[in-house]
Write a protein of this length. Structure first.
Length: 147
């Protein structure tokens, strides 16, 4: 089995494939879908993908913010690839990309059920839960200088 990681270009066929995965796993179960304006707004984001034997296995989005922060969004891992370390490895890859962009802190809004996953990777939960895309989330952060 060959695992590869790469950044995909916004608007490319590979990008559209990541949107399909994110939509299927993260939006459709909530009765939601991406609006064209949302996807166009991702033009300035970094889109990372993980491929297993040449097939998309996972993806996430990074959004550079001010003050050395970068926001991780929409980590999606194919169901048959979950609990096999692919999500963990993609997060580690995203952290190395962030450090390469001179970012020193990763922030994210984690779905309540994903909080233990991120805590295992060194992310800290901050504050109370809040509702986003119809479900409870928590703000989480990780200092990348220690990563």
């Amino acid at each position: 089995m060959t695992i590869t990681y790469k950044e995909v270009e916004h608007g490319s066929d590979e990008y559209r494939e990541t949107v399909t995965l994110r939509n299927r796993l993260l939006r459709e179960p909530l009765g939601l879908k991406f609006e064209p304006e949302e996807l166009e707004a991702e033009n300035d984001s970094r889109h990372l993908a993980c491929y297993q034997d040449g097939k998309l296995a996972a993806c996430l989005v990074l959004i550079p913010e001010s003050g050395g922060k970068i926001r991780m969004r929409q980590l999606a891992v194919e169901e048959h690839c979950q609990r096999k370390g692919i999500g963990t490895a993609l997060v580690a890859y995203s952290e190395s990309v962030a450090v390469g962009l001179d970012c020193n802190e990763m922030v994210l809004h984690a779905r309540e059920e994903a909080v233990p996953f991120y805590e295992r990777l060194g992310y800290e939960k901050r504050g109370e839960s809040f509702i986003a895309v119809t479900i409870p989330h928590f703000f989480m952060r990780k200092c990348l200088l220690d990563a």
